[in-house]
Ligand binder design. Structure first.
Ligand SMILES: Cc1cc2nc3c(=O)[nH]c(=O)nc-3n(C[C@H](O)[C@H](O)[C@H](O)COP(=O)(O)O)c2cc1C
Length: 198
């Protein structure tokens, strides 16, 4: 045991996972590449990080297919799944998940000029440039600079939610959604970050 460490703080992985499962999260798919080179993985560690500049962060398993690709990519995208896209979350969490053209077809993608894909039916997609990476234990923290946002305006569509190890349907009909707030960096429509003068 390390000196100075309170034994009551030593917890095992199972307890840690159980504790974190109590926090409901949205569910995203992170993509890198397109067509034959497309890789995609289910991720719920997305966090908005900074407004100046616009940054997000995701935690990806070290040595995983997408983490490895991101270390040398110049673009990636994060797609927030809608409640009816549970099948995509399940499929792209599998080790034997499809990649390349098969993933492309499954995700019903459209291509962007920045080398990313957009997933058909996703609530919102954030196109990012890799900004920094940081070690995070057995994961890599990938910080992305947000350069374009697509699909904002679908706030009434229910998101897919992960809670207690299972998928739930989130609430999609909240009044006073994010699009109405004054300091909201994303507004209705499909915008490039900074395009609206903020
Ligand atoms: C709801 C859900 C959320 C997940 N979130 C993450 C995550 O944030 N980061 C991550 O590396 N893997 C996450 N995973 C696991 C990956 O989807 C995937 O199973 C695993 O990383 C295997 O891919 P790899 O071989 O490329 O690492 C999540 C799985 C599920 C079902």
């Amino acid at each position: 045991m390390q000196r100075g460490l309170d034994p009551s703080t030593l917890v095992d992985q199972l307890t840690f996972r159980s504790a974190m499962s109590l926090l409901p999260t949205g569910v995203t798919v992170v993509t890198v590449g397109r067509r034959e080179s497309l890789e995609a993985v289910t991720v719920n560690s997305l966090t908005s990080l900074s407004l100046e500049p616009l940054l997000i962060v995701v935690g990806l398993r070290l040595g995983g297919r997408v983490a490895t690709r991101l270390e040398r990519a110049d673009a990636f995208a994060v797609h927030v799944l809608a409640a009816d896209q549970r099948h995509l979350a399940v499929l792209f969490a599998r080790r034997d998940r499809p990649s390349g053209r098969t993933a492309d077809l499954t995700l019903r993608t459209a291509e962007t000029p920045r080398g990313n894909v957009l997933i058909g039916g996703a609530l919102v997609s954030l196109e990012c440039q890799p900004f920094a990476t940081h070690p995070g234990g057995d994961h890599l923290l990938v910080v992305g600079r947000v350069v374009a946002i697509h699909g904002v305006g679908a706030e009434s569509t229910a998101p897919l939610v992960f809670h207690r190890g299972d998928y739930e349907r989130g609430c999609g009909t909240l009044s006073g959604s994010i699009a109405g707030t004054n300091d909201d960096p994303i507004s209705l429509g499909s915008v490039r970050a900074g395009e609206d003068g903020r």
